[in-house]
Design a protein around this ligand. Structure first.
Ligand SMILES: Nc1ncnc2c1ncn2[C@@H]1O[C@H](COP(=O)(O)OP(=O)(O)O)[C@@H](O)[C@H]1O
Ligand SMILES: [Mg+2]
Length: 370
């Protein structure tokens, strides 16, 4: 199958080596090495992305915009095949794309320093800033309602009404714990009517493995652009907070290992605020901390809803996996709340210094280290 796909690009598999990569979770990815040239071949997961053509169209529109307006920016877009198409459809295998392999790049799966948090946030912010002149509403919504908290909450309530009664009983404590966070939902509903919180081109999957780093640890590009669609900045910043701040991830069942690391928080805020610059409005500045609450809360209710729905959405490794994940996220949310005043001070501090940062280089005082 790989040989057939590569033929469409005029590449002979016989002269190349195909190595599957294990770091991606959603798509299936291979590194194709042909002499001194290397590519990334990727099969799109069409269970998650129902309309792969829309992804291709989104990336093409953004690529055209960036080529025209920021020609030096490294935007990793698909290579066109011999028919000048960005995707190849294989009757049994589904949809495939080929990207240039970014030489000298590496990816990491766990954020282990505030510097890495800074670099990633800087890259995601830089992308949104460079496309801020592009009308986000022209993009297809590749996963409808992905970060629509109002709908997620309805689905959660539905699961509590119609789900597995014995599981709902087991989840009672967590359901009660979540009640005090409905103000997060109310705040989300206000965001829709606030025109100062802009609909932007957002990445929507800002986990660290979607950033390419160079060998010196500097961020060089963002990848995995399938979820690039219109959204609010809180989606990207919130997902970074959810996945970078704690040394323990959502699978951890020993909640004593969950922690909000202030210096990593500073890294995210510093990176994002400095790369977005004046692009973020005052109203958006006021939502920086909310970003984390929003995404963590949404993830908690999604895990708990899925637990009550007999694990119909998330893959589970053991009986109570989704219950543990929900408890884990509630614990993270609680810790974020407990640190409100420290974290607000960090944001204030970073908003003050942002004018001393130069977007082109990304060089900053990196003051969280010292
Ligand atoms: N253009 C590229 N250059 C170098 N490595 C890449 C490139 N694109 C993807 N990768 C590698 O492949 C992995 C999976 O790709 P990604 O697009 O993130 O797929 P998934 O949706 O499965 O996460 C990345 O984490 C990275 O290690
Ligand atoms: Mg990825």
């Amino acid at each position: 199958m790989i040989a057939t796909i590569l033929n469409e690009y005029g590449i002979k598999l016989k002269q190349c080596k195909a190595d599957p990569l294990v770091s991606g979770l959603i798509n299936k990815t291979w590194k194709i090495t042909c002499g001194d040239k290397a590519y990334i071949l990727q099969r799109i997961n069409d269970h998650v992305f129902k309309k792969p053509n829309q992804i291709a169209e989104n990336i093409r529109m953004i690529d055209d915009y960036l080529k025209k307006n920021s020609p030096d920016y490294l935007f990793v877009s698909p290579i066109k095949n011999l028919r000048q198409e960005e995707m190849v459809h294989h009757a049994q295998g589904g949809y495939f794309r080929l990207f240039p392999f970014i030489e000298g790049s590496r990816t990491i799966n766990v954020v282990s320093s505030p510097d890495q948090a800074f670099e990633a946030a800087f890259q995601f912010g830089k992308f949104s800033r460079l496309v801020s002149g592009f009308d986000a509403t022209r993009l297809h919504t590749t996963i409808p309602n992905f970060h629509n908290l109002s709908l997620r909450y309805e689905q959660y309530e539905d699961a509590l009404k119609h789900g597995n009664t014995s599981r709902i009983r087991i989840a009672k404590q967590l359901i009660d714990d979540l009640k005090k966070y409905t103000y997060i939902l109310n705040a989300f509903e206000k965001i829709h009517s606030n025109s100062d919180v802009k609909k932007r081109v957002m990445h929507h999957d800002t986990k660290i493995s979607n950033v390419l780093f160079d060998h010196a640890g500097k961020g060089i590009a963002i990848i995995d652009l399938d979820t690039v669609m219109p959204g609010y900045f809180i989606s990207d910043v919130g997902d970074m907070m959810r996945t970078y701040l704690s040394p323990a991830n959502e699978e951890e069942n020993d909640f004593s290992k969950i922690e909000i690391r202030d210096d990593f928080f500073r890294g995210i805020v510093h990176g994002y605020v400095s790369s977005m610059g004046d692009e973020l409005t005052e109203a958006e500045h006021d939502l920086i901390l909310y970003s984390g609450q929003f995404i963590i809360y949404m993830q908690a209710i999604r895990f708990l809803a899925d637990y009550c729905n007999n694990d119909s959405y998330y893959e589970v490794n053991y009986e109570d996996n989704n219950l543990v994940r929900a408890g884990n996220q509630i614990c993270l949310l609680k810790q974020l709340e407990e640190k409100t005043s420290v974290l607000k001070d960090i944001i204030k501090d970073e908003l003050k210094v942002r004018s001393h940062v130069f977007m082109e280089t990304g060089h900053t005082s990196k003051k969280w280290i010292g």
